[in-house]
Design a protein around this ligand. Structure first.
Ligand code: GDP
Length: 295
C-alpha cells in the first residue's frame, strides 16, 4: 500500500538524514515535501495541517537543530507524529467477562463488511479459541445473506438466518439461539447500502439497542482515501462505533484513509484487512504502520 506516499516520504527523509547540521530552511523544505506527499496520498487537509505544524514545532526545537544527528532526530519526529495521528497505541478488542460477547458490524455496501466478518471469525477462533457464530441481518440484499452463508460454510462457522426481512427479529432470535447453543462470540452482519440513509441508520440504531454489542466495528475501504474518514464520522456520530476495520490495504491505496480516520472520526482502527483470503487480517498497530510508511 501507499507506495508513492512511502517513497516520497522516504526521499524527503533521506535528504536530511545523516546531516550534521540543519537550519530552519532545511526543515521548511522538508516539510513542504512531506505536506505535498500527504496531500497527494489523499490525507484529509486538516490532518495534514496539524501534522506538519506539530512536526515543525518539534523539529525546530533547539535541541534538534544543534543535536548530534539532527537528521535522524527529525525522522524520528516524523515517525512519532505519524504514529500519533493513527492513535499511538493499538486498541485491543473488548470481550465480556461472562456471557456472550457480541460484535455488531456496520459499513457501506462493498466496503468489505461480509468478508471481514469471515476473517474476524477465523481470527477469533484461532487466536482466542472462541466458539463463534454469525447472524445474517443484512436483509436488504438477499445476496448478502447468501454470501455470508457461503463464507460460513467455507470456514466452518455457523450462520444464523431466518429467510425473513425483519432484521430486529433475526438479531433477537439469533442471540437467543447462540445462548442456547453455547456460542461465546456472536458477530452480527447488518444493513449495508451504497449510501448512508435514514432508514438504514434507524435500523442500525435499533439493532444496537437490542443487541447491546460489546463492540461496534465499522468496515471502511482504504481505497476511498479520506472519504473513508468522512464516512466513518457519519456512522460514528449516530452509532458510536468502537473500532474500525480498514479493508483492502493490499490494493492501490494511497494512505489517506489510514492517516485520516482516527483524527477525523475519532474511531480507533482496530484491524486491517489486506486480501480476499480469510487469513489476511491482523490487528492494527499505529507504530508498525508508521514504520511501514517511512520504510
Ligand atoms: P460488503 O458489501 O461490505 O459486505 O463487502 P464484501 O465483503 O462483499 O466485499 C466487497 C468486495 O471487496 C468483494 O469482492 C471482496 O472480495 C473484496 N474485498 C473485501 N475485503 C478485501 C480486502 O481486504 N482486499 C481486497 N483486495 N479485496 C477485498
Amino acid at each position: 500500500m501507499e507506495n508513492s506516499l512511502s517513497s516520497r516520504l522516504q526521499m524527503a527523509m533521506r535528504r536530511i538524514t545523516g546531516r550534521g547540521k540543519l537550519n530552519e530552511s532545511d526543515i521548511d523544505e522538508m516539510m513542504r515535501e512531506v505536506r505535498l506527499s500527504l496531500l497527494e496520498a489523499d490525507v484529509n487537509f486538516k490532518v495534514v495541517k496539524q501534522f506538519t505544524a506539530n512536526v515543525k514545532e518539534k523539529a525546530i526545537g533547539e535541541k534538534i537543530l544543534k543535536g548530534l544527528n539532527p537528521g535522524q532526530q527529525v525522522v524520528k519526529v516524523v515517525h512519532d507524529e505519524l504514529k500519533s495521528i493513527m492513535g499511538e497505541e493499538a486498541v485491543p478488542l473488548m470481550f465480556e467477562n461472562t456471557g456472550i460477547t457480541t460484535f455488531m458490524t456496520i459499513g457501506l455496501q462493498g466496503s468489505g463488511k461480509t468478508t471481514s466478518i469471515g476473517k474476524l471469525g477465523v481470527y477469533l477462533r484461532k487466536n482466542y479459541k472462541k466458539k463463534v457464530m454469525f447472524i445474517a441481518a443484512d436483509v436488504y440484499r438477499p445476496a448478502a445473506i447468501e454470501q455470508l452463508i457461503t463464507i460460513g460454510k467455507q470456514i466452518g462457522i455457523e450462520v444464523y438466518d431466518e429467510g425473513i426481512k425483519d432484521a430486529r427479529k433475526i438479531v433477537k432470535n439469533g442471540l437467543e439461539y447462540a445462548k442456547k447453543n453455547g456460542y461465546e462470540v456472536v458477530i452480527i452482519d447488518t444493513a449495508g447500502r451504497l449510501h448512508i440513509d435514514e432508514e438504514m441508520m434507524q435500523e442500525l440504531v435499533d439493532v444496537k439497542k437490542l443487541a447491546n454489542p460489546t463492540e461496534i466495528l465499522l468496515t471502511v475501504d482504504a481505497m476511498t482515501g479520506q472519504d473513508a474518514a468522512q464516512i466513518a464520522k457519519s456512522f460514528h456520530d449516530q452509532l458510536n462505533a468502537t473500532g474500525a476495520i480498514l479493508t483492502k490495504l493490499d490494493g492501490d491505496t494511497r494512505g489517506g484513509a489510514a492517516l485520516s480516520i482516527r483524527e477525523v472520526s475519532g474511531i480507533p482502527i482496530k484491524f486491517m484487512s489486506s486480501g480476499e483470503k480469510m487469513d489476511t487480517f491482523e490487528p492494527f498497530h499505529p507504530e508498525r504502520m508508521a514504520s511501514r510508511i517511512l520504510g
